[in-house]
Structures are given as C-alpha cells and as structure tokens.
Design a protein around this ligand. Structure first.
Ligand SMILES: O=C(O)CCC(=O)C(=O)O
Length: 258
C-alpha cells in the first residue's frame, strides 16, 4: 500500500497540544534552523567516526552486515556523548512536557537513516508496544535532517489511531524495528494514513499509540537521516515483565541476524 497524497508539515491551524491529542501527531515546521541542523549533522559525523567503533551491536544497526555505508540506526546516543546528552535536555524536552502535560523522562535518543538504494521499509507499528508502559503515556519526536518524501521514505501516520487501542504485533525481520502490526492495511488504516514530507529542521511528534510506518528509500543518491527522541511521562509505569520478555525476543532476533 502506498498512499502518495503527501502532506507537507504545514503549521497546525489549532493549538499543537490540541492537534496532538486529536490526531495522535503534531508537526512543527522549521523547529530548528538550517544552521542548527548543520551543527547536528557535523556532530552525527563525529559520533559515527569517534563513538560508534566502541559501541555494542545492540546500539548500531546496519542494513547490510559489515557495510558501513548502510548504517541505519543508532541507539542511546545521549548516554555516549555529552553533546547529544545536552541536546536531549533542551528545547525538545520542554516541548515533550507541554505535549504530554506532565514531567517527562528523556528515555532514548536515536539516529535513523535510510541509506540510498539500501534503506528498507519501516514496518507499521505502535511505539507503545515496544515501551511496555501502563498507562502508555509517552511520545516520540522525529527531527528531519534531510528532505524526506515518498521516494526516500518519509514517515506515514494513521490519523486518530492512538485512540483505537493497541493492535497485535508480530516479530518482523527488520533489524531495529523488530515488531510490526500483524493485520495492518484495513480500510480504516488506508483512509486515515497521512504521508508527511519533511524538510531539514522540521519536527514531527507522535503519540506512543499512533500507528506509523515508512517506505524504503528507492532513491539512488539521497539519504534520509533523522534524529528520534523518546520521552515517557513520569505518570507512566514500566511493565518490567513485559519489557524483559520483549528484550529476550529482540536479543534472540539479533543473534540470528548479526
Ligand atoms: O525513521 C523511520 O522510518 C521511523 C521512525 C520510527 O518508527 C519512530 O520514530 O518511532
């Protein structure tokens, strides 16, 4: 399925907190200036050159094993580098608190890439399935570092899906996105899916229950880089047994792939 009616990240016509509550996502065009994005990209390059060589396989994923050109995901960047750690505590954290209406925990900072010609699709999923929170009060921010569109795999949200409960998920063979919705593609999913084109500096934010996915990168030259920021509300409690079971499945999957 490929709904190609692309929406650009136009400024919300209502209050972003209300848009977020109603649709399950909100868009913040030009959240960062191009200069700030350039600064991030330089630090990403530095991180890849200096920090990545010392990280474990759970924190660095490649589309093709051993091929550095196909780097697709970095986990927990805030724990390994002061610059990213400070960034995580800044404006993004303040916005997360406003959208969730509570104090927040800055949980995970990620780098997502879809390398040209190699970037595979992101399976449809709800982040809350991975987070194992009760209640599932959390959000994810997705900050575009390149132009993202239907060709190189922009993010697609199913509007209003955050109000319709947790769908069943099954293990996928996509490294970095180990769970996908088993019965995705209903009429409701298709009618409500919105593909969000984004420019460098645009920020997309989605609720932990919002269904989202992305196509692969079918361009031959363009990367599709982004930073992800995950915040939990302090009012949400982690279901430790559920989380441990999920980690067990994930490590089983990684042993088979790496
Ligand atoms: O970058 C992508 O393709 C998807 C990212 C994602 O699933 C997320 O930020 O929760």
């Amino acid at each position: 399925m490929n709904n190609d009616s692309l929406s650009g990240p136009v400024r919300e016509d209502c209050n972003p907190v209300e848009a977020f509550a109603e649709k399950g996502y909100a868009v913040f065009p030009s959240f960062l200036s191009l200069g700030e994005v350039e600064d991030i990209l330089q630090n990403v390059d530095r991180y890849i050159a200096e920090v990545v060589p010392g990280l474990s396989a759970e924190e660095v994923f490649y589309e093709e094993r051993g091929n550095m050109q196909t780097l697709k995901q970095l986990q927990s960047m805030h724990l390994h580098d002061r610059w990213f750690g400070d960034f995580f505590q800044g404006r993004v954290r303040e916005l997360a608190g406003q959208l969730l209406g509570s104090e927040v925990i800055a949980k995970n900072m990620q780098f997502f890439n879809k390398p040209p010609g190699a970037g595979r699709p992101t399976p449809p999923h709800q982040d809350g399935f991975y987070f194992k929170l009760n209640p599932p009060l959390a959000l994810t921010m997705w900050l575009a570092l390149d132009h993202a569109d239907a060709v190189n795999g922009c993010v697609r949200y199913v509007k209003g899906s955050h109000l319709k409960g947790m769908r069943s998920h099954v293990l996928t063979d996509t490294l970095g996105f180990s769970q996908g919705i088993s019965d995705f593609g209903s009429k409701d999913d298709r009618v409500n899916e919105v593909a969000l084109a984004a420019a460098p500096g645009d920020l997309l934010v989605h609720d932990a229950m919002t269904i989202h996915r992305a196509d692969g990168n079918s361009s031959t030259e363009r990367q599709r880089r982004a930073l992800g920021f995950i915040f939990y509300s302090t009012t949400a409690k982690e279901d430790r047994a559920g989380r441990d079971e999920y980690r067990r499945q994930l490590s089983g999957q990684q042993e088979g792939r790496i």
